[in-house]
Structure formats: C-alpha cells, structure tokens
Design a binder for this molecule. Structure first.
Ligand code: PRP
Length: 199
C-alpha cells in the first residue's frame, strides 16, 4: 500500500461516527505550512532563543507537523494540562500535571495548542510561562472557537496569536483531538455525531 493509500484508508476510519468532516488532511497540511512559514518569518529575527511548547495530549499531531516545517532553529518541549476529563465540557481550572523540562528564562515561548475553547488553559499557561521568566509568549492554535471564550489569552511581550482555522461551536475530534481518548489519530477534523457522546 502506498503512503497516500494508507492516509486515504485512515481518512475513511470512523467516518461513520462523524456528522460531517470540517477539514481534510490535505486542507490541514496546507494551512499548517502557511502557519509555519508565517511564524518562521516573524521569529527569524528574534534575539531570544525560541521554544515551541506543545500542550499534551491534544497538540501532538499539530506540534509534529508545524515543528518540522519551521525553518529557523527551535527547541521543543511539552507540558501536560488537564481540564476536560472524559467529558465534552471544560471542568474549570486547569491542572498542570507535567511541567517544562527546558528553562525558558529569557526565551521566546510559542505555546502550541490543538484548540482554544474557553481560553482557560492558555490564560493559565501564559501566566505560568511569564512566571518562569519567558521574554515573550506567543500562542499558536490550530483551531479557535472564539464563541466559547470566557477569558482572553493575550500573548505576552512581543508574542503574537496565530491560528489555523476558526472552528464552529461543535464537538470536534481528530488531528489530536479526542472524545474519551479516542479519535485522536484521525488525519482529518470532524464533527462527532451527538449519539456518540450523548448516551
Ligand atoms: C483541550 C485542548 C486544550 C483545552 C482547551 O484539552 O487540547 O488544551 O482543552 O480548552 P479551554 O480553552 O477551554 O481551556 P483537554 O483538557 O481536553 O486535554 P487533551 O489535550 O489531553 O485532550
């Protein structure tokens, strides 16, 4: 099986569970390339070292795709923040369960997210990066649901806010995003049928 055939087979995986597909792997790839090009240009002249910080678990696929398309030297680290548990609604205050390995003091941090919903996770993490002495903090999220915002996660210092797509207020899965830890490996982003999570 060719690699394209195997991606096509993965595209078909769990499609019967989707109400509709919002972005295919091809559309995702094109947008990731644009974001990486834009960030590389902006950060090329940064005097501070650049650290991309993925927020586990949801950002893993986007982080891997965007990092390999960045054309300037970067360090990569991960943090783990939990807020949703196994349901579909945010549980309130985020809980940091794995902190940075890299010292970000004096560095430019780019927080990489799969999706911004209420904004709680990023709001908290931006403050956390500031408290660790980052010189600036940018946000790079693949999806953004501004209709759900409760707090505004403002970039810090010279940081900017990058986003792939604005997402409608539906429960979406795939490309790193889950329901009860399933669907993360789908190469597309789809709206999950209600009967799949409203039992
Ligand atoms: C999701 C997503 C973001 C966060 C966004 O993570 O990956 O980190 O929720 O929501 P907010 O803007 O309302 O804070 P989740 O807690 O589901 O964990 P996961 O990354 O392991 O899926």
């Amino acid at each position: 099986m060719s690699s394209r055939q195997s991606v096509d087979a993965a595209m078909a995986l769990r499609e019967e569970d989707m109400e509709r597909i919002l972005w295919t792997d091809v559309e995702i790839s094109a947008r990731v390339s644009e974001l990486a090009e834009e960030m590389s240009e902006v950060l090329r002249d940064s005097e501070a070292a650049v650290v991309f910080v993925g927020i586990a678990t949801g950002s893993f696929m986007f982080l891997a795709d965007v990092a390999r398309r960045i054309t300037i030297p970067i360090a990569v680290d991960l943090v783990r923040v939990e807020s949703y548990g196994l349901g579909t609604e945010s549980g309130g205050a985020p809980r940091l369960t794995t902190d940075l390995k890299i010292d970000v003091r004096g560095k430019h941090v780019v927080l990489v997210e799969d999706i911004v919903d209420t904004g709680n996770t990023l709001f908290w993490l931006i403050a956390h990066m500031k408290s660790k002495g980052a010189s600036s903090v940018s946000v790079c999220t693949f999806l953004d649901k501004p209709s759900r915002r409760k707090v505004i996660p403002e970039p810090f210092g010279e940081g900017r806010f990058y986003r792939g797509f604005e997402c409608p207020d539906n429960f979406v899965v795939g490309y790193g995003m889950d329901f009860a830890e399933l669907y993360r490996n789908l190469p597309y982003i789809g709206v999950l049928k209600k009967e799949k999570y409203q039992l």
